[in-house]
Design a protein around this ligand. Structure first.
Ligand SMILES: Cc1cc2nc3c(=O)[nH]c(=O)nc-3n(C[C@H](O)[C@H](O)[C@H](O)COP(=O)(O)O)c2cc1C
Length: 189
């Protein structure tokens, strides 16, 4: 079996949901962002990255997202919304939102997802913890949604499709290699 650093990073990465308070270093943030910008894209880089490192805003996003979750049909989301202890950003000090231009000639969800995967892999490769976060995007459907968009300076015409949190993993967290389901590949040769 071929093993190299890239393949090791891909297999080692696990979603991390417990972070130290300490902010990540600027050069770590820049390395992760640059990896995001190098992702494949069909929309000619019609994306925008929003880095949120302001604790007050992170808390507001969490609370606004939970308010929306409380009203949702999916029971597990409703439960999370009502759970006072649940923080959808897991206390991470950095959130990166990836938005796409809604007027681009191609749908940008896939571009934003590819960029987000690059963020996660880059984070793992330099020892940071990360987690893809859908939940926080619910905040934009709250009564505060448009005010939050303004504060986050999301460019006009852009829609946040994906997001990820980053931070230093708590010492107790280990990346347990996840078992992947079998029989997910068909070969036609
Ligand atoms: C589109 C997408 C949305 C996700 N949203 C969340 C989320 O809101 N909260 C969360 O804790 N994990 C979220 N995850 C992480 C998944 O739960 C996780 O990737 C999956 O359980 C596999 O575990 P692993 O990342 O450790 O391999 C999301 C993943 C994807 C791809």
């Amino acid at each position: 079996m071929i093993v190299n650093e890239t393949l090791k990073t891909i297999k080692q990465r696990r979603s991390i949901r417990s972070f130290k308070d300490e902010q990540i270093r600027e050069e770590e943030l820049q390395a992760v962002l640059e990896a995001g910008l190098y992702a494949p894209n069909a929309g000619d880089q019609s994306w925008h990255f929003t880095v949120v490192q302001n604790r007050e805003l992170l808390d507001r996003l969490n609370l606004a997202a939970k308010e929306v979750a409380k009203q949702m049909e999916m029971e597990h989301l409703r439960k999370l919304g009502k759970n006072e202890k649940f923080n959808c950003l897991y206390g991470a000090p950095t959130l990166i939102m990836v938005s796409g231009n809604e007027h681009a000639p191609v749908p940008l969800e896939a571009d934003c997802a590819a960029a987000t995967q690059n963020l996660l892999l880059a984070a793992e490769s330099i020892g940071l913890g990360s987690c893809w976060i859908f939940f926080v995007l619910l905040a934009f459907y709250s009564s505060e949604g448009s005010e939050l968009r303004k504060q986050l300076k999301i460019p006009e015409g852009y829609r946040p499709y994906c997001s990820a949190v980053l931070g230093y993993k708590k010492a107790t967290v280990v990346n347990v290699p996840d078992r992947r389901k079998p029989n997910l590949i068909t070969y036609i040769r």
